[in-house]
Design a protein around this ligand. Structure first.
Ligand SMILES: C[S@@+](CC[C@H](N)C(=O)[O-])C[C@H]1O[C@@H](n2cnc3c(N)ncnc32)[C@H](O)[C@@H]1O
Length: 204
C-alpha cells in the first residue's frame, strides 16, 4: 500500500525531460511513497556509489555533500560505507523533510535549481540526481566548480541518461577538469532491469 498520488511514479515515464516546476511537483508528490517504491524495485545505485567513493577517499570523516539527497536513502548508503560527516541538499522540501527525520545528516538545506553547492567539501555525491527528468547536465560543471583541487565528485547516470547526448557531453567536459578514478556499470533498479554507471572523479 502506498500513498503515492500518481499511482506508481516509477511506472510513469520518470526518465524524460521536464521543467524545474514539474520536477519539484513530481518529487513533492512522490516523497512519502519514494522509499517504499524504489526499495521495492531494488534500488542498488546508492550502495554501489557509496562503496566506490569510499574506496577513493583517504578520510571518511571529511565533510561530504549528498547533493540531491532526497529522502536520505543516499545518505544512509554513504553512512553505511563509513562516511561520518554528511550534509545534504535538495530542491524539494517534502523529500528533505523525510531526510531530516533520519537524524543522519550534519546539516540539511533547501536549494534552488541551479544553485552552486557551498565550497569546502572533500567530496560531493550526486546519486540518481543528474539525470533525465531531474537535474540538468550543466549541474556537473557547478558541482566540479564547488570542489577544491583533489576533491572527489561521485555521480551516477542511469540507462536513459547514458543514452542522452547532452548528459554525455557534460561528462566529457567534466573529464577535461577532473581525472576519472573509476567507472562501473551495474544494477540500478533490478525490478525494472535498469542499470547505471557510477563515476568517481578527482578534480585536478
Ligand atoms: C531520484 S531522487 C534521488 C534522491 C537520493 N539521492 C536517492 O538516491 O534516493 C532525485 C532527487 O533530485 C532532486 N533534484 C531534482 N532536480 C534537482 C536539482 N536541479 N538540484 C538538486 N536536486 C535536484 C529531487 O528533488 C530528488 O529528491
Amino acid at each position: 500500500m502506498t500513498d503515492d498520488p500518481q499511482g506508481s511514479t516509477l511506472d510513469t515515464q520518470l526518465w524524460k525531460p521536464r521543467s524545474v516546476e514539474e520536477t519539484r511537483a513530481l518529487y513533492s508528490g512522490w516523497a512519502k511513497a519514494y522509499d517504499a517504491d524504489v526499495t521495492g524495485a531494488g534500488y542498488r545505485t546508492p550502495a554501489r556509489l557509496a562503496r566506490a567513493l569510499a574506496a577513493a577517499s583517504e578520510d571518511l570523516a571529511a565533510p561530504i555533500l549528498d547533493f540531491g539527497c532526497g529522502t536520505g536513502l543516499s545518505g544512509k548508503a554513504l553512512a553505511a560505507e563509513g562516511f561520518t560527516t554528511i550534509d545534504g541538499t535538495d530542491i524539494t522540501p517534502e523529500m528533505l523533510a523525510i531526510a531530516r527525520s533520519l537524524g543522519l545528516y550534519r546539516t540539511l538545506s533547501l536549494s534552488e535549481p541551479g544553485d552552486a553547492p557551498a565550497p569546502g567539501y572533500a567530496a560531493i555525491a550526486a546519486i540518481g540526481v543528474v539525470s533525465l527528468g531531474a537535474a540538468p547536465p550543466e549541474t556537473l560543471d557547478r558541482l566540479l566548480g564547488a570542489l577544491a583541487a583533489g576533491g572527489h565528485l561521485a555521480l551516477s547516470y542511469n540507462d536513459a541518461t547514458l543514452a542522452d547526448a547532452r548528459y554525455m557531453a557534460a561528462l566529457a567536459a567534466a573529464s577535461t577538469r577532473a581525472d576519472l578514478l573509476s567507472e562501473a556499470y551495474g544494477p540500478h533498479l533490478t525490478a525494472k532491469d535498469m542499470g547505471s554507471t557510477v563515476y568517481v572523479f578527482r578534480k585536478r
